[in-house]
Design a protein around this ligand. Sequence first.
Ligand code: SF4
Length: 195
Amino acid sequence: MQVTRRGFLKICAAGMGSSTLVALGFSPTDLQASVRAFKLARTIETRTICPYCSVSCGVIMYSLGSGGKNAEPALIHVEGDPDNPISRGTLCPKGAGLVDLIKSPDRALYPEVREAGTNEWKRLSWEDAITQIARLMKEDRDANFVTRNDQGQLVNRWNTTGLVAASTANNESLYLTSKWLRSLGMVTADTQARI
Ligand code: SF4
């Protein structure tokens, strides 16, 4: 493409960015497509489930990072997963805004406990949290496990603790979860997701 001195000055006057490139002969459609491809070209794709509601739409999260052992990837884009049989690539506005939830300063990133008799939340490690939950479950189960009902029939029930699973739990993880809690005799369980 030949650009005269006068033409070059006109292009500069039109400003930088897409208008300049259009003046140089690039079509806006090609320009937009090339920018989008570049944005996601080097990203890592992670498939997951939207945590907001029981529709449980499929999500692809795109993050950038070196892949180094101590390098944390940075999330840059979220979109619907076209291969997901439930949502087929669609997300409602809430799901489409998942980046804001993930990057929110209010997001819970570690376990906290509010001990009896206090209104303060205290941070604890995952190991301590799991140990504490296991101890409380055992104490409650030992105290309230019902082996036989009023008619003397064997029931092996634990009715005083229940489990609520997250909406991101799928069939497979919920199958394992229900096997585990039934093996303890736990009767009450529910999950927000229906997938
Ligand atoms: S994208 Fe919307 S409809 Fe789908 S699971 Fe999330 S909140 Fe529910």
